[in-house]
Write a protein that binds this ligand. Structure first.
Ligand code: MSK
Length: 554
């Protein structure tokens, strides 16, 4: 029954246990639910209640006369709008935390990367001369927040793209005006009886996607770096083996790094450690999952327990005291899985609850107190453990390559550059750049596409950057220096000269915006053309499932 489900032995080991113990997982549910072929192809119109109209066989229009092209374009655009809304709402939260820091109302948080704060202030037109860090932080936060509600003009970050690209966007009139405006307009244009020309609808899909990549996601990444530090390479570890048999295990899953950062700090609080000891545990072990995991991994080397399809499965280890989640890619089935064991699922976002789960709401004005309460709740759960089985698979990795670090590696602090990379592409030693991003999907073998595509790319002298749950490669040795031996001769030579591995971990799924920045910098460095589209670059999300991935690598 397990055949073809995953290439990861740790996943297969826990799947066997889950199956034997009757714990439902996404894998098991996928066996009984076959996707609706009409909906899956985007051929079902459910935007009004004359239908829903299923356009199959001889039925080529809906009751209103909408054609198949119009229906598909509407469905695609709505998915893009939802994806954009998700990443961007996360970005909004980050802006609000930065404002709270600027106002001195967020104990536990501070500006960690002042250089980045000043750089971002420059992009946003915030004055920095003779101003304190806190003053700049407040104005950067407010200007970032205003990008969401802006009604006219253009998003300020569009000017970070190559000039030629900006002109194309202007010519097509798809430069986003304000992030929220584009999401709202996408919903409006795709409702019954509004925009009914497929190509015209798809222009809005592009605009709402740009509002994410060059708006919400990019702001989110930048502000996270300002508050928590711009990543530089650190040692990390991957897979279920990062759980500790004799410690309280707390898994952080979701997307927002704010609370997660405080939990990592508070896990070393002497009183909490003593409390854990009093319950029979030898320590408090924080591990990550999915994109919150990526954030912690690349900034602190916090071990990464797994990617999306491992997130309910991990409970079958019997060793998870608390699964702490905020939002996005958090399966409701997690609660049913937790009920088979002693695990507490703790929801923390005011935007997301799960029926039956414990809700401890995060508030950045009382962050430390809430982080402590969550850890205490996890500790209280430790004595309820029954049988524990932690698969013994753990893979070391080097992670945390921000675009700033990649530029630094090519020219040092004062001459940051993309010249060596561009030269290597121009003289053919590197054949191109590939961003491998996105999720897992139980309809394809877990991790298989990610790992095999990465292997083929580097063998063919293509430099790979990877984000989100595509960090699957980390579980399979793709993020270690040893992977160099699988790289083609040209790529190997360049990576050794620059001092980077052939597969670079760049963070969470909102950090796809780092990939956009790298591509922009390569284009503006010169020699490869004047636009991102002139570069030999490709983005792929081979196991995607989320609406966020539908628009991810615009
Ligand atoms: S968590 S969007 S499964 S990458 Fe960002 Fe992973 Fe995809 Fe969610």
């Amino acid at each position: 029954m397990l055949e073809g489900k995953s290439i990861d032995p740790a996943t297969l080991e826990l799947l066997e246990i889950a199956e034997a113990e009757g714990m439902p997982t996404a894998f098991s549910r996928c066996e009984t639910i076959k996707p609706c072929p009409i909906g899956r192809e985007g051929n079902c119109c459910k935007h009004c209640f004359m239908g829903h109209c299923r356009l199959v066989g001889k039925t080529t229009t809906g009751i209103c006369g909408a054609t198949l092209e119009t229906v598909q374009a509407r469905n695609f655009t709505r998915a893009a709008a939802a994806g954009s809304a998700s990443h961007s709402d996360h970005g909004r939260n980050m802006a609000m935390t930065l404002i709270a820091v600027g106002e001195g109302k967020a104990p536990g948080f501070q500006v960690k990367d002042e250089k980045k704060l000043r750089r971002v202030a420059g992009y946003l037109g915030v004055p920095t001369d003779k101003r304190t860090t806190q003053e700049i932080a407040l104005d950067v936060g407010k200007t970032a927040l205003a990008e969401f509600g802006k009604q006219e003009g253009e998003l300020l970050y569009l000017k970070r793209a190559p000039q030629k690209r900006q002109e194309i966007w202007r010519k097509l009139q798809i430069g986003p005006r304000g992030i929220d405006r584009e999401v709202t307009e996408a919903m409006h244009r795709t409702t019954m009886g509004v925009d009914q020309d497929a190509e015209h609808i798809l222009l809005q899909a592009m605009r709402v996607s740009l509002a994410d990549g060059w708006g919400g996601s990019m702001l989110s990444t930048d502000i996270s770096d300002i508050l928590f530090g711009t990543p530089t390479p650190v040692m990390g570890a991957f897979n279920f083996g990062v759980l500790q048999e004799d410690q309280v295990n707390l898994v952080i899953h979701g997307h927002e790094p704010t609370l997660a950062e405080l939990i990592v700090v508070m896990a070393n609080d002497p009183d909490l450690l003593k409390y854990a000891e009093s319950k029979g545990a030898k320590g408090i072990n924080i591990v990550g999952m999915c994109c919150s995991g990526n954030e912690l991994l690349m900034r602190h080397g916090v071990p990464m327990a797994g990617n999306f399809l491992q997130s309910d499965l991990i409970m079958a280890s019997g060793a998870v005291e608390a699964m702490v989640v905020d939002y996005q890619c958090v399966m409701q089935g997690m609660q049913a899985a937790a009920e088979h064991y002693h695990t507490k699922v703790i929801t923390t976002s005011p935007k997301a609850k799960i029926t039956g789960a414990t809700h401890i709401e995060f508030d950045d004005h009382r962050g430390i107190e809430i982080a402590k309460l969550i850890i205490r709740t996890a500790i209280d759960t430790f004595p309820n453990r029954k049988k524990v089985h932690i698969p013994n698979y753990i893979e070391p990795a080097i992670v945390g390559f921000s675009h700033e670090y990649i530029a630094y590696m090519q020219g040092g602090s004062y001459r940051e550059s993309f010249r060596p990379l561009n030269d290597a592409i121009m003289n053919g030693r590197i054949r191109g750049l590939a961003g491998v991003a996105g999720c897992n999907n139980p309809h394809t073998m877990h991790d298989n596409a990610h790992v095999n595509i990465i292997k083929e790319l580097i063998k063919n002298d293509v430099l790979v950057v990877t984000t989100g749950c595509a960090i699957a490669g980390g579980k399979h040795g793709m993020l270690t220096p040893e992977v160099m031996e699988f790289a083609g001769p040209g790529l190997r030579e360049v990576c050794q000269a620059i001092g980077i591995p052939p597969v670079l971990h760049m963070g969470s799924c909102v950090d796809n915006s780092r990939i956009l920045t790298v591509l922009s910098q390569c284009a503006t460095e010169g020699g490869l053309g004047e636009d991102i589209s002139d570069l030999p670059g490709v983005g792929i999300a081979p196991e995607w499932m989320s609406e966020k991935a539908k628009r991810s690598l615009e």
